[in-house]
Write a protein that binds this ligand. Structure first.
Ligand code: 5AD
Ligand code: SF4
Length: 461
């Protein structure tokens, strides 16, 4: 009764939460399995950010609970944002669910499963469904360290929970609650543990990372708690690269921009959500900045790191987005020249302040606008990759590539994906790669063997 399969939908925060649940379960003697067919317990960690994501998870939960009819011992749970958003109502649709666990209760999953399994093994009746959705003060401190045995070359580390912004389209403040920062020391300790197991790169995760700890921890020498955290992560021996996601333009100040000039491990890469290029729409979205302010931050950043890679999020088809509004988005998107972007078609979310505005923009128009931005992105991303052909970049080798024997996948500091022939012993190493060809999404290269010898010698000396 102790084989668990976890399926994760949505963002990196969810990936990280699933890892934490898996680690806690492993600690308690459960084992994680890679296929749901081998599992006694199936947990779906869900996303609510768009309706489509919820429908996908509901469909999956329907299939999985149907299997309980053949195998009544199977336990099925829904965790995370959709559990929080839909709560008890989920049971109307999926009456066979055993567990519904909200975003502040991940750490309770092991004890709930233990209790259910104990009842079943005592030959008792099928246990009542457990619904655990309350807010919990201090739940950010329950984010436990990774106890993964497997080496993670690149790892995500949650630094905070929740969000206090009130973007009018967004359900996250409802599903993830108030912003709460983890203590710096506990974050650093987790990163040191990761390093001891072979991690070389960390991505600090939060809804608005640059807001990290502003309420809980003081500014020191005009440096925000987030900048202080970056400095301390930069000082950890064994960490070679630092990334973070996502910051908000509000509170993206000089102290953070300066980090790109002075912290050598902070990669020249920034995910910086723009959402729209029209000030009228930004206002309706309750994003408290103008597109000029957004671009000014990018200019300041490029002044200190001219080679910085920038990605973004854009929503098309927000209620009231006219042709003129979209044209502004299109123009700014093209002029900024993003290296990567996540493009979203607006989806009404229940309980958000934009909900009463409905969804007046047709699917066809959203599709068209989305496609126009995708075309621009394809061109700018390809141009950036092509500019690297013939050059040598430092690549962190993460593991075997899906395509072909002997091929390995890694990333440059700018987060460009590189495929290169290599060997297992180089996984986890920073290696120099000469880039030979490029598509918009991938670069192909060859190892600079001489460089590797030097690198290895340097590493050994
Ligand atoms: N509809 C479409 N996209 C959304 N996002 C958040 N809420 C919605 C919504 N209701 C997008 C935003 C955010 C990203 C994670 O998801 O662009 O930055
Ligand atoms: Fe949602 Fe806005 Fe908070 Fe991001 S900043 S999680 S888009 S409310």
């Amino acid at each position: 009764m102790n084989r668990v399969y976890i399926k994760t939908y949505g963002c990196q925060m969810n990936e990280r939460d699933s890892e934490a649940v898996a680690a806690m379960l492993r600690d308690k003697g459960y084992s994680m399995v890679a296929s749901e067919k081998d599992a006694d317990v199936i947990l779906l960690n869900t996303c609510s950010v768009r309706d489509q994501a919820e429908q996908k998870a509901i469909g999956k939960a329907g299939h999985v609970t149907a299997r309980k009819r053949k195998n009544p011992n199977l336990l099925v749970g829904i965790m995370g944002c959709m559990a929080q958003n839909r709560g008890n109502e989920l049971l109307d649709q999926l009456p066979d669910l055993d567990l519904v666990v909200g975003t502040q209760k991940f750490h309770r999953v092991p004890e709930h499963l233990d209790a259910m399994i104990a009842t079943m093994q005592g030959q008792g009746p099928r246990p009542e469904t457990i619904v655990d959705l309350d807010e919990e003060i201090g739940s950010q401190n329950t984010i436990r360290s990774h106890v993964e045995d497997k080496r993670q070359i690149s790892a995500f580390v949650s630094i905070m929970q929740g969000c206090n912004m009130k973007c009018s389209y967004c359900i996250v403040p409802k599903t993830r609650g108030e912003e709460r920062g983890r203590p710096i020391e506990s974050i650093l300790e987790e990163i040191r543990e990761l390093v001891a197991k072979g991690t070389r790169e960390v991505t600090l995760l939060g809804q608005i990372v640059n807001q990290y700890g502003v309420r809980e921890f003081p500014f020191v020498d005009k440096k925000s708690p987030f900048v202080q955290l970056l400095e301390q992560v930069n000082d950890i021996d064994g960490i070679e690269r630092i990334r973070f996601t996502s910051p908000h333009p509000v509170g993206f100040r000089q102290d953070l921009i300066d980090c790109y000039a002075r912290l050598p491990k902070l990669c020249e890469y920034l995910h910086f959500p723009m959402q729209s290029g029209s000030n009228r729409i930004l206002k309706a979205m309750r994003r408290p900045y103008t597109i000029e302010k957004f671009r000014h931050i990018i200019e300041q950043l490029r002044a200190v790191r001219p080679d910085v890679y920038i990605s973004t999020d854009v929503i098309v088809g927000f209620p009231g987005e006219t042709e003129e509004d979209f044209e502004l988005t299109r123009r700014h998107f093209e002029e900024i020249g993003f290296d990567m972007a996540y493009l979203f078609k607006y989806s009404v979310r229940p309980g958000t302040t934009a909900e009463p505005m409905g969804d007046p923009i047709s699917k066809g128009i959203k599709e068209e606008r989305n496609q126009l931005l995708l075309d621009i992105l394809g061109r700018s991303s390809l141009a950036r990759n092509q500019s690297l052909v013939g050059k040598v970049e430092e690549v962190l080798l993460e593991g075997p590539a899906k395509r072909g024997e002997g091929m390995f996948m890694g990333r440059t500091r700018g987060h460009r994906k590189v495929i290169v022939p290599a060997s297992d012993r180089l996984v986890g190493e920073l290696v120099p790669v000469r880039l030979q060809s490029a598509t918009a999404s991938t670069l192909i290269g060859e190892l600079m063997l001489e460089g590797i010898e030097n690198h290895r010698e340097a590493a050994l000396s």
